[in-house]
Design a protein around this ligand. Sequence first.
Ligand SMILES: C=C1C[C@]23C[C@@]1(O)CC[C@H]2[C@@]12CC[C@H](O)[C@@](C)(C(=O)O1)[C@H]2[C@@H]3C(=O)O
Ligand SMILES: O=C(O)CCC(=O)C(=O)O
Ligand SMILES: [Fe+2]
Length: 311
Amino acid sequence: MTITEIDLSENKGKVAMQIVRACEQYGFFTVVNHGVPDDVIQTLEYESFHFFSRPMSEKMAAGPDHVKPYGYGCNTIGPNGDVGRLEYLTLSTNPSSPQSIIPMSQLIPKRRLEFCNAACEYVDGVRKLTCMLLSLTARGLGFDKASILTDLIRNDNSDSILRLNHYPPSIDNGIGFGEHSDPQIFTLLRSNDVPGLQIYVGNDEWISVPPNPSAFCVFVGDTLHAMTNGRFVSVRHRAITNSSEPRMSIAFFGAPSLEEWIYALPGMVTPNRPLLYNPFTWGQYKANLYSGTLRLADDRFGIFRVGSSST
Ligand SMILES: C=C1C[C@]23C[C@@]1(O)CC[C@H]2[C@@]12CC[C@H](O)[C@@](C)(C(=O)O1)[C@H]2[C@@H]3C(=O)O
Ligand SMILES: O=C(O)CCC(=O)C(=O)O
Ligand SMILES: [Fe+2]
């Protein structure tokens, strides 16, 4: 199989169809000519490497005791004992959150202002790109109004997240970030020129995504899967460590506000495709990630499935 690479400078009608096809097939594609300025990306990568190069005692100032999933973390992922060979910094992009870029940058040692500016500019660029991709997706699905999807991310209270993942060199095929799907709408991830990302394409097959620093990887998340009533695949993916070079991935998880209701979009439920999930708010879905014993690789739709005994 080949990974779909979409050139955003091409005809918009064609691009819209390519996006929908890729979301239906694997829930994954890459985009080039995406419009996020290269210097904005390079600057945040530089500041991120600088942050992770600081002594552990300094990095710990930004975590790990903050509200999940925010702050600095090392070798553990999520609330229930998953481990990985990485360290990360996770920030809210909602300006009114105490865990968002500006207040969290105050906890970051050295180069506070530089880090803060770089992260804000990056989020500005990737949020616009996410909106453009959602608008093209709405068009590809046949909706007249792009706002049916773009409003979810544009909302001032969007619960979108910025996550910096740093995988130190390791040459024995270890698990950097274990298998999972992302819970949000779309994830836009960019990495330096070091391999590691793999996606699941069915039939027990994982394929490696060749690194391309001038592209963004786009992942369909659980929320868009639910909104399309299963038509789009929420792609399972993982990162392995097998390089003598450090790997840095920067992910923007585009999410709605906590109050937003998630339900199947018009036309997605048909006699051949019965409703899969009862409506839920993003806040309910997110609370479920952190309230129980769910592990990284677990299916998280259980209680939201139509016919589930808890609904
Ligand atoms: C074990 C978990 C970690 C995670 C929340 C979860 O319950 C399952 C999904 C994980 C994930 C993957 C994408 C993002 O990195 C993340 C912040 C998210 O929203 O969902 C992480 C969560 C985390 O690291 O806390
Ligand atoms: O680093 C990667 O390539 C994957 C990271 C990831 O899946 C995540 O942060 O959710
Ligand atoms: Fe992920």
